[in-house]
Design a protein around this ligand. Structure first.
Ligand code: CAA
Length: 408
């Protein structure tokens, strides 16, 4: 029997500029330790007005198809998970469909549930393959988002931008997902939302952390029941990462579930157990999240890229847990298995060169970009070179209410 379906190809793409968290801390009069240690962030990716959810999605998808030698004609479903789409009606996915030159015999749509859209797309694709409807074709699932909370807000240091594209197939090369251990959770809460009239998200920050942890408890129980020994079997734990410290809190919650009670810093022995477990199972794969910031739907899969680029060989054929959380709220916890030959694809999925080519923005430049982005949807003409951009696909303005894209 073949392996269960899962992720066959994976690639990241993001904006050309970033802000150094120490620069932001000094501009906001905050101790840098709060951003670096308290939140665990080093940098955050910032999109210019010419970089949007469509351009990042198309870029990531082209890298996934090309890097893993996948013929675009094999794609029979295209799903873009995003909470920062470019139109109330028209999906980002249909722009991407044209930009990639995919076959017209393709099902194409957008999923939205805050940061959960891509996991919804991944499990829907696995079901599509399992039902037999795929007829040997593959699904392309793209997470693409720009996290915006606004200048001088509590959420500001937890912004970011980027896209992760994954190709989902039977006999996947990178990660198969066990369909019998996928657990779900839903509860209507107002922890984070973005009304139709706002470019910026609203968040009840501390409450959102509590909602995330409650969702982890519920989804994990649905996936694996009351297990007290799951962590001992796993090679890694991957989490939705709105900021790196959140993964620590999530890991603490998993361990508390297994031990049947709260863990406290005041109890040295159990706290050491927690920090050792976190260092082994979660911390090593949070480097990209710390460099890029919150990319909403893609942030769990960014941690997966980080794991595969570093440890695909040592974790080959090992099981890992994945937890996706979307505010509002919806969540999934599932168990995957790293492919035996996943290490062969390290170069194709490692975004190190892209990240090294990014430009550090001064806080003045960053603030100017944020303000300019507010007007970008209605600008007739935007010039990517005025933002130091060339050699890519960019959004260049809106004519007759239609968004225009161009390669420079
Ligand atoms: N040195 C070291 N650590 C410091 C410090 C210093 N000088 N100053 C503060 N800290 C620590 C604090 O002790 C705290 O750590 P703990 O959480 O371990 O206690 C941490 O830094 C953050 O400090 P505060 O809680 O005081 O920070 P804040 O109130 O300004 O806001 C936040 C933090 C709530 C995360 C805010 O950035 C926010 O609202 N972000 C957006 C919402 C969000 O990301 N929610 C996550 C769950 S929802 C989700 O996951 C969906 C999604 O993607 C949005």
């Amino acid at each position: 029997m073949s392996n269960p379906a899962g992720i066959d190809a994976l690639a990241f793409a993001g904006p050309a500029g970033f802000v150094e968290m120490t620069d932001l801390a000094s501009a906001r009069g905050v101790d840098p330790g709060k951003y670096l240690k308290g939140l665990g962030q080093r940098r955050m990716a910032i999109a210019s007005p010419c970089e949007d959810t469509v351009t990042m999605a198309a870029d990531a998808a082209a890298r996934a198809l090309h890097g893993f030698d996948i013929d675009p004609a094999e794609i029979g479903t295209l799903i873009v998970g995003t909470e920062t789409g470019v139109d109330h009606s028209k999906p980002v996915a249909v722009y991407v469909h044209e930009l990639l030159g995919l076959d017209q015999r393709c099902r194409t749509f957008e999923t939205k549930h805050a940061c959960y859209g891509a996991m919804a797309g991944l499990t829907a694709s696995i079901d599509w393959i399992g039902s037999g409807r795929a007829r040997g074709r593959k699904a392309l699932v793209i997470a693409s988002d720009i996290a915006r909370y606004g200048l001088n807000t509590a959420g500001e240091p937890t912004q970011g931008a980027g896209a992760v594209a994954m190709v989902v197939s039977e006999n996947p090369r990178l990660l198969s997902i066990d369909p019998t251990r996928i657990g779900d959770y839903t509860r209507q809460v107002m922890d984070f939302w973005r009304p139709l009239y706002s470019k910026y998200a609203f968040a009840d920050g501390h409450y959102s952390i509590q909602c995330y942890l409650d969702a982890l408890t519920g989804a994990r129980q649905d996936a694996v029941g009351e297990r007290s020994d799951l962590l001992a079997e796993l090679g890694a734990c991957l989490y939705h990462v709105p900021f790196v410290k959140m993964a620590f809190k999530a890991h603490q919650r998993q361990l508390e579930m297994e031990r049947g009670g709260p863990l406290s810093k005041d109890h040295n022995e159990s706290w050491r157990l927690l920090t050792d477990s976190y260092q082994r199972l979660a911390a090593p794969w949070l480097g990209l999240n710390a460099e890029i910031g919150n990319i909403y739907t893609g942030s769990l899969f960014l941690a997966l890229i980080d794991l595969l680029r570093q440890a695909a060989e040592s974790l080959a054929d090992r099981e890992v847990s994945l937890f996706s959380y979307g505010s509002g709220c919806g969540a999934t916890f599932c168990i995957g298995r790293i492919g035996e030959d996943a290490a062969r694809w390290r170069e194709a999925l490692d975004p190190a060169d892209q990240l090294a080519a990014r430009r550090r923005l001064s806080i003045d430049e960053y603030e100017t970009l944020i303000t300019a982005t507010e007007q970008a949807d209605t600008a007739d003409q935007l010039d990517p070179s005025s933002y130091g951009l060339n050699g890519g696909l960019y959004y260049v303005g809106t004519r007759d209410h239609c968004r225009q894209y161009s390669r420079s």
